[in-house]
Write a protein that binds this ligand. Structure first.
Ligand SMILES: Cc1cc2nc3c(=O)[nH]c(=O)nc-3n(C[C@H](O)[C@H](O)[C@H](O)COP(=O)(O)OP(=O)(O)OC[C@H]3O[C@@H](n4cnc5c(N)ncnc54)[C@H](O)[C@@H]3O)c2cc1C
Length: 495
């Protein structure tokens, strides 16, 4: 069961250091391919059964510096384990890549055989898109290094790095860029689909901070893309997800940052949620770019309901105190933990509550602005189910100032990215927990326009969700992945 007590303890006290269970390392090359006794079963992109010859797998193993893992190898099970415990799949082979050249070999192997491909960055895809049965898993988990350069104020992140590494490397030099709120999430999927975080009102989304990338496209070519080189492809990967290839290096803009920051949580009993939300709905419209405040409605294991505000002020603390003051006067909070503290306390305070192995389901929708109707719907949707969080990311500010078609991220007008997340441990609850999450979401859906493809990846109507950006995405897909090799994502069909 997702431990709500822990969540609250960590959120409210904001005092838990990151505890990130990295996958075990593979220090030396293990030529497992040579140990395969027979050909193994694979599956094609279209779902047909394939035979993968021992000689070909051996050749792939010999062409890579990282190992190829088959079932039975000591690292196979840990390598195929992703964050969401609901997705227990068994790839035919796992190419544990250590370089862009390794990725290129693996991509070529799959393309030549029409073999289904899953690409694993940080492994946090809610619907489990980074793993597949009987296909090839391109595993980037060992490509996890981030370096930050104080001179250029840029960071380079390998394709399988986690957000914790991005924050840590940048903060070391008094710099930062937008990263998400659970530090064991992958830079890869996060940055390709959008990338919301507590600093996005000031610095924009992750896609807005991406300056260049190294990407292996379906033809196996390793390309450096930027506004100057392969600019169509660079545009497409800033919102188009993993549709266009495997990104092996992300180059981000960093910003000078004081890590001791005015931040924390304020919590009220759920009985005060109406007053708090009604006030917040107006208050949110006037927030400065420095201020990030978002509400969450949730229930503790003992049945106590709360509304909690996540607060981060990225600027002069005195100005932050002043801006927050009217909200602090609403109702009677049971806890007000907003104080001066290290930014990483906030960035890691949900790591335990959203720990690896939890079974989880999420729905989401983009909302243009706060309204009384949305407040009423939230109050109606909250039902005391301790498995379900109703939360949101606060957009607006710099996110909104980027032109609608400047990147492929399609929801610049939305002020709110609503997220309904559930977590449980018992597989017997899967059906019920998913239905309960959908039921809560159905009450909020009328207020949404489109969805965040990083969360609701399995939704139909991908074209409609991308709106006017779709045509260009469709054409780029046709150019760079005409066979739709990269299809385990919010899939854009080749033009
Ligand atoms: C606990 C949790 C917290 C989250 N918090 C936030 C948040 O604060 N803000 C936010 O915006 N989102 C958040 N998300 C959503 C998150 O952005 C997506 O789940 C994202 O896809 C995770 O990326 P990943 O690399 O960890 O996932 P993976 O499962 O590895 O991959 C997800 C998708 O991206 C593709 N992909 C991953 N890496 C690469 C790469 N290097 N090259 C090409 N394709 C790649 C995969 O093939 C797959 O289709 C959160 C998700 C979880 C589970």
């Amino acid at each position: 069961m997702m431990d709500r007590r822990q969540f609250c303890r960590t959120t409210l006290a904001a005092s838990v250091a990151a505890a990130i269970p990295f996958l075990p390392g593979c220090e030396k090359r293990v030529p497992v391919a040579t140990e395969a006794n027979t050909s193994i079963r694979g599956i094609s992109l279209g779902g047909a059964e394939l035979e993968l010859e021992k000689a070909a797998i051996k050749e792939l193993g010999e062409s890579m510096t990282g190992p190829v893992l088959l079932s039975g190898h000591p690292d196979y099970d840990s390598a195929r384990t992703i964050w969401n415990g609901m997705h227990d799949k068994r790839p035919a082979l796992i190419a544990r890549c250590l370089s862009a050249e390794d990725v290129s070999q693996a991509v070529t192997f799959a393309r030549e055989r029409d073999l289904l491909v899953a690409v694993r960055g940080g492994g946090h895809s809610w619907p489990g898109k980074s793993i597949c049965d009987d296909g090839l898993m391109i595993d980037l988990s060992q490509m996890n290094t981030v370096t930050a350069d104080p001179e250029t104020q840029r960071a380079h992140s390998q394709g399988g790095a986690l957000l914790n590494a991005l924050d840590t490397a940048s903060l070391e030099h008094g710099l930062v860029t937008t990263a998400g709120v659970v530090s064991h999430t992958g830079v890869g999927g996060f940055s390709l689909g959008g990338g919301f975080g507590r600093l996005n009102r000031k610095y924009g989304l992750a896609v807005d901070n991406l300056r260049s990338a190294e990407i292996v496209t379906a033809d196996g070519k390793i390309r450096r893309v930027s506004a100057e080189e392969d600019s169509d492809l660079f545009w497409a990967i800033r919102g188009g997800g993993g549709n266009f290839g495997v990104v092996t290096d992300f180059e981000f803009q960093l910003h000078p940052f004081e890590r001791n920051i005015f931040s924390g949580g304020i919590v009220w009993p759920i009985e005060q949620a109406k007053d708090v939300l009604e006030f917040y709905a107006e208050f949110a419209a006037g927030l400065s770019d420095e201020m990030y405040i978002g509400p969450t409605l949730m229930t503790m294991p003992d049945g106590t309901g709360v509304i909690a505000m996540d607060v981060v002020y990225n600027g002069d603390p005195a100005a932050g105190e002043k801006e927050l003051e009217p909200l602090r006067r609403i109702g009677t909070p049971v806890q007000d933990g907003v104080t001066m503290q290290d930014y990483m306390v906030m960035q890691t305070n949900s790591d335990v509550a959203f720990g690896h192995g939890v079974r989880s389901y999420a729905k989401n929708g983009m909302v243009k602005e706060w309204s009384q109707g949305l407040v009423d719907a939230l109050l109606d949707a909250y039902n005391g189910d301790p498995r379900i969080f109703i939360t949101n990311h606060v957009a607006g500010g710099a996110v909104k100032r980027v032109g609608e078609l400047d990147t492929a991220f399609p929801h610049r007008n939305a002020e709110i990215m609503l997220v309904i997340v559930s977590g449980w441990m018992d597989p017997a609850q899967d059906k019920d927990a998913i239905a309960a999450t959908r039921e809560v979401y159905s009450k909020l859906d009328p207020f949404t326009g489109g969805y965040y493809s990083n969360i609701d990846t399995d939704r139909a109507k991908v074209a409609g969700n991308y709106g006017p950006a779709y045509e260009r995405l469709h054409a780029a897909k046709g150019q760079y992945d005409p066979g739709n090799l990269f299809r385990l994502n919010s899939n854009i069909k080749p033009g």
